[in-house]
Design a binder for this molecule. Structure first.
Ligand SMILES: *Cc1c(COP(=O)(O)O)cnc(C)c1O
Length: 381
């Protein structure tokens, strides 16, 4: 079999290519001809299946090492379709620092449908074990959390899950299969906001799911087709194209981020840096064992008394915006932007102080990024 980089570029060959086109066409057809009323068609209606979307779905399944992939109109829709495999009365253990939109979906939507949840620190395996109840069905978490890059062992959680007949569901948005393959580490389901690194260019909202076996695939497919939040052919093509350059983009994200971390370590304005390459933490210990790199997101706290708003508004090349994982660098203040839905008390408990800054490092020249951070820090003094 070919290596990962080759797989990124070359998906599964299409059998209907009569033109010699090197890329899968964007099939803008909602319906397909039946040669006879009894015909068994590979495609009959585009919500149920579309060749462009299926190309992407096969591509992500192969990259994650799964049985089958599914593409959705957003990461949130992907997560909704996965959590919809459970039934009223089921209990799910969730990481207590999962993506805010996922928490909202669980806490405000699925709670109304009688799904029960317990939020725990998934880095603490004992806490996870203690949260297991007779009706527990799954453990859902992000191996790197947002924005504090707390690292959870997919291996350790999967072991607990398997011993208790639970599913392990991992949101792999921050790492991508280039840096970590949760299914290889024992997980059953992987979800992504493909809006971020997989597509990589801030030009599409998309989500994917990859599952380990046919039983799970049948359940997720039923939800994808019946709920219907599928990814359009055009958007499937954008994600497909983005994935082809995933490895080269990630390599630059990694090296730029490491150099920015080293720059920040030398600046007196910085009180604390959150990035798992920094040794001496449990996060580093786990990430060093289970990932190929520490990702392209770094968060840091400015010293008390320095104006964090002025700092993030003061960068010129690095743009002030939410979202992450794209070619351009983005900076934001979690307490006012991505995590504004938390009460001040909840923010404090989650470690989201007013001095905390999140930086999604792009693939620009790192010297330009460092100079930009430097000029904005210089203005604070
Ligand atoms: C952005 C994000 C989501 C939600 O995805 P959308 O594409 O915005 O719906 C879920 N999980 C993580 C970790 C994210 O960063």
């Amino acid at each position: 079999m070919s290596g990962f980089n080759t797989k990124l570029v070359h998906g599964k060959p299409q059998k209907d290519n009569h033109t010699g086109a090197v890329n899968v066409p964007i099939y803008n057809s909602s319906t397909y001809i039946y040669p006879t009323v009894d015909a068994k068609l590979p495609y009959d209606y585009a919500r149920s299946g579309n060749p462009t979307r299926n190309y992407l779905e096969d591509q992500v399944a192969e990259l994650e090492g799964g049985y089958q992939g599914f593409a959705f109109s957003s990461g949130s829709a992907a997560i909704h379709a996965v959590l919809s495999i459970f039934s009223p009365g089921d209990h799910i253990i969730i990481g207590k620092e999962i993506y805010g939109g996922t928490f909202r979906l669980i806490n405000q939507f699925f709670k109304r449908w009688q799904l029960e949840f317990t939020a725990v620190d998934t880095q603490n395996i004992e806490e996870v074990e203690q949260a297991i109840k007779p009706n527990t069905k799954a453990i859902y978490f992000e191996s790197f959390t947002n924005p504090l890059l707390k690292v959870t062992s997919v291996k350790a959680i999967s072991q607990v899950a398997q011993a208790n007949h639970l599913l392990t569901i991992v949101d792999n948005t921050f790492l991508t299969p280039y840096l970590q393959k949760p299914l290889d580490l024992g997980a059953d389901v992987v979800v992504h906001s493909a809006t971020k690194y997989l597509s990589g260019h801030s030009d599409v909202i998309a989500g994917v799911v990859v599952v380990k076996n046919k039983a799970l695939a049948d359940k997720v497919y039923f939800n994808q087709n019946s709920i219907g939040a599928t990814l359009s052919p055009e958007d499937s093509n954008l994600v497909r194209r983005g994935i082809q350059t995933l490895a080269v983009r990630m390599d630059r994200h990694l090296s730029n981020t490491q150099k920015i971390v080293e720059f920040l370590q030398g600046r007196p304005e910085i009180a604390r840096i959150y990035y798992p390459s920094i040794a001496g933490t449990k996060d580093h210990e786990i990430a060093a064992k289970e990932t190929r790199g520490f990702g392209g997101i770094v968060s840091f706290e400015l010293q008390d008394g320095l104006d964090s708003t002025k700092f993030v508004e003061g960068t010129k090349l690095i743009q002030l915006a939410v979202s992450l994982g794209a070619v351009e660098s983005l900076i934001e203040l979690p307490y006012k932007m991505t995590h504004v839905e938390l009460s001040p008390d909840e923010q404090l408990k989650a470690g989201i102080t007013h001095q905390l800054v999140r930086l999604s490092v792009g693939i620009e020249d790192v010297s330009d990024l460092i100079n930009d951070l430097k000029q904005s820090l210089d203005k604070l003094n």
